[in-house]
Design a binder for this molecule. Structure first.
Ligand code: NAD
Length: 308
């Protein structure tokens, strides 16, 4: 029989992920601090509770899908509240010992390790399993999960992750899932900028998009940013460039992931100049109106900044 899951964070990703667990026969109780998010999930068919602690009752797994590591650590620890306002009880203290804490949010590697340490200290188990694949993948149950934790913890959450995703990779110890995710997305951010600069340079040199694509896609410039998410319309008909850069993978999320990578570069002392520059480029693009556009729209920024 399938287990019982407290699903906390029913946003763009969490809502459809929770629904897939319900459809697969898991006993899911959802909760979100934003009533509208919770109502949207409830209408879709996800049972919900009035508080996080209520959602935890009887749960074998506490799955979190929050915006950031701050949200995860605050929820794990609880907060004392403000004068005249009740505090939130911490999830770690509210759950019976031995509960599996499965965090699928994209957060800092250091925060993921801290979350695991706190969970284990409280007598629980923990796996970090951030995802790629976006809202489309969440709805279709085709996400990729990158998991960090011990082998026993990984085995325990694997069937659950396989309901929500198509690929599940055990990347190593606690935090390794986050590490794999941000390293991958650092490659992606940097390579998208490089591909975009090359197309704009090609335009100036009188090269057609198709000619550059035909050469680079079959040569050493080949990469996902070119052959799947091509930043110019035409060569890859399914890429966001063909629909006015509707995401896809929004630039705001790329900026977020690159900043997590920069934090990791800083905390490890790695001289990652391209990653740091890519973070600045996407930060500025997101702040100047590009936030909701696919990250391949960075080419419009490069073209716009070039001499006419
Ligand atoms: P979202 O903002 O839509 O959803 C997060 C939800 O968490 C919100 O509804 C928020 O109210 C809720 N929340 C925050 N604190 C809470 C608490 N203490 N208790 C209960 N609910 C709480 O974000 P999203 O797009 O669903 O992304 C979730 C995570 O997945 C992020 O870390 C993001 O980086 C990552 N991610 C997103 C995508 C994507 O395409 N959207 C893709 C891959 C990874």
């Amino acid at each position: 029989e399938n287990g019982s899951v407290a699903f906390l964070g029913l946003g763009h990703m969490g809502g459809p992920m929770a629904l897939n667990l319900v459809r697969a026969g898991y006993r899911v109780t959802g909760f979100d601090v934003v009533p509208a998010a919770m109502e949207a999930a409830r209408v879709q068919g996800v049972p919900v509770a009035a508080t996080a602690v209520e959602a935890l009752a009887g749960a074998d797994v506490v799955l979190t899908m929050f915006p950031s590591g701050r949200h995860v650590l605050d929820a794990y620890r609880g907060n004392p509240g403000h004068p005249g306002q009740p505090g939130e009880p911490g999830l770690l203290a509210a759950a019976p010992p031995g509960t599996m804490f499965l965090d699928c949010s994209t957060i800092n590697v250091d925060e993921a390790r801290e979350a695991a340490r706190l969970a284990i200290e409280a007598g629980h188990r923990s796996v970090d399993a951030p995802v790629s694949g976006g809202v489309v993948g969440a709805e279709a149950g085709t996400l990729t999960f990158m998991a960090g934790g011990d082998a026993a913890g990984f085995e325990e959450v694997l069937p659950l992750l396989e309901v929500m995703g198509r690929r599940v990779v055990h990347c190593g110890a606690h935090g390794a899932g986050q590490a794999a995710k941000i390293c991958n997305n650092m490659i992606l951010g940097v390579s998208m900028i490089a591909v975009s600069e090359a197309f704009v340079l090609g335009e100036k040199l009188g090269l057609t998009h198709q000619a550059l694509f035909d050469v680079a896609s079959a040569a050493s410039g080949q990469c996902w940013a070119l052959t799947t998410n091509c930043p110019v319309p035409g060569p890859v008909p399914s890429s966001p460039a063909n629909r006015d850069y509707q995401p896809g993978f929004a630039s705001a999320l790329m900026a977020k992931d690159l900043n997590l990578a920069v934090n990791a570069l800083d905390s490890t002392g790695v001289a990652g100049q391209m990653g740091a520059l890519a973070a600045r480029i996407y930060d500025r693009f997101a702040a100047e109106g590009g936030a909701g556009r696919d990250f391949s729209a960075i080419i419009t920024d490069i073209r716009g900044a070039s001499e006419p």
